[in-house]
Design a protein around this ligand. Structure first.
Ligand SMILES: NC(=O)c1ccc[n+]([C@@H]2O[C@H](COP(=O)([O-])OP(=O)(O)OC[C@H]3O[C@@H](n4cnc5c(N)ncnc54)[C@H](OP(=O)(O)O)[C@@H]3O)[C@@H](O)[C@H]2O)c1
Length: 348
């Protein structure tokens, strides 16, 4: 076992991420240590690097959350039957976000700690790079359902004619929202740029609409009515999605109480709709409840559906070479310029 390892740190708020060496930690109870082989980038990494938001409790901090690698150590009292053997290839959410900002838990380093609830085997047929796209994207997509009070064991049949609207389906969260909606038996109405329509249909969308089309709201309403589908649930995945989502639901919800989950933070004075609940997409703030939720997501829904081949890596990968310092910083700069239907992954 190494005593120290390379790590990319945020030395202080607003400064660039820099490469340093950190002591390699030993896992506490209910934690594991992972040797990281690939990591994926998320908008939150960029917001934290460039604006310090959401707030970082202390610096130096280690950002990032999505990793794959080798399971190298298991902490005491961690339920052994819930993890693959040491040395296995794993997928993990390795984030300091729910760990009071502890730099031992962030993804942007060679070794990181992760809570065991968020660690599952990486299937043999997936590369480290492919596996790294899952953690935060799939967790956010699945938390979207529970935030709408829709249990993850929901399985509608075609006769139920239950529709859902996913606005921003070419994104990381949106592509997993489409895949998981399909597994749950929803008929999926999804928006994305036209060039991604065939792709999001291949993930499970029944109908795809171009959000840049001036007439997009009317077209979705017409399709839903023609299909005779009940559409009163929606995931507003990206900034600016809430208003057009509500415009659709106003015409499709009928007598049902509508529910919308919004993945970006809800702004003061955000649009509303009568007889409609709108919630920010976020797991419980209470640790015990959140850990149970995370375990249900990773050890339950994700592990089972990966094994059965019902979940695939999405969206398409954009590999950023250059390792920790060069690769992560260049990848975050590209994320800042905007990505379209791609997940940036850095092998390390
Ligand atoms: N609440 C949480 O816990 C949580 C967790 C993770 C992420 N988030 C938030 O969720 C959002 C999505 O994150 P992500 O990582 O999935 O983003 P992402 O993959 O970086 O999103 C990029 C995609 O957004 C699509 N897009 C942009 N504007 C759009 C619009 N007006 N309508 C439809 N699609 C649009 C683009 O689609 P086209 O290519 O088709 O143009 C692009 O492919 C971000 O705001 C992020 O901060 C929240």
């Amino acid at each position: 076992m190494t005593q120290t390892h390379p790590a990319l740190i945020l030395p202080e708020k607003g400064s660039p991420l820099t490469l340093t060496t950190r002591p390699t930690p030993t896992p506490d109870p209910n934690e594991v240590l992972i040797e990281i082989k690939a990591l994926a980038l998320n908008p939150i990494d960029l917001y934290q690097r460039d604006f310090g938001l959401p707030p970082i409790p202390s610096c130096p901090a280690v950002l990032g959350s999505d990793v794959t690698g080798y399971l190298r150590a298991i902490g005491p009292n961690t339920p052994p039957s819930s993890l693959p053997p040491i040395g296995s290839r794993v997928i993990a959410l390795a984030s300091s976000y729910y760990q009071n900002g502890s730099p031992d838990h962030g993804a942007f380093q060679k070794y990181a700690l992760a809570q065991y609830e968020a660690v599952i085997p990486l299937p043999d047929d997936l590369s480290f790079e492919q596996g790294a796209v899952f953690p935060l994207g799939i967790m956010t997509a699945l938390t979207g359902w529970t935030t709408m009070d829709i249990p993850l064991n929901t399985r509608f049949t075609p006769e139920d004619k239950q529709g859902v609207l996913i606005w921003g389906a070419a994104s990381s969260v949106g592509s997993f929202a489409v895949q998981t909606a399909k597994i749950m038996g929803f008929r999926v109405y999804a928006t994305a740029s036209e060039k991604h329509h065939e792709y999001i249909k291949s993930l499970g969308a029944e109908k795809a609409f171009d959000y840049k089309d001036q007439d997009v709201v009317r077209k979705i309403i017409v399709a839903v009515k023609e299909d005779g589908v009940k559409l009163y649930n929606a995931h507003a995945v990206v900034d600016g999605a809430l208003q057009p989502v509500l415009d659709v639901l106003k015409q499709t919800k009928g007598e049902y109480h509508a529910k919308v989950v919004n993945s970006p933070a809800l702004k003061d004075g955000h649009p509303t709709l009568e007889d409609t609940t709108i919630r920010f997409n976020y797991p419980s703030l209470e640790k015990e409840e959140r850990d149970k939720h995370i375990k249900g997501i990773f050890h339950g829904f994700v592990a089972e559906n990966l094994k059965e081949g019902k979940l695939v890596p999405s969206p398409n990968l954009q590999i950023e070479e250059g390792g920790l310092e060069e690769g992560v910083n260049a990848g975050l700069d590209k994320l800042s310029d905007g990505v379209s239907g791609k997940k940036i992954v850095v092998p390390i």
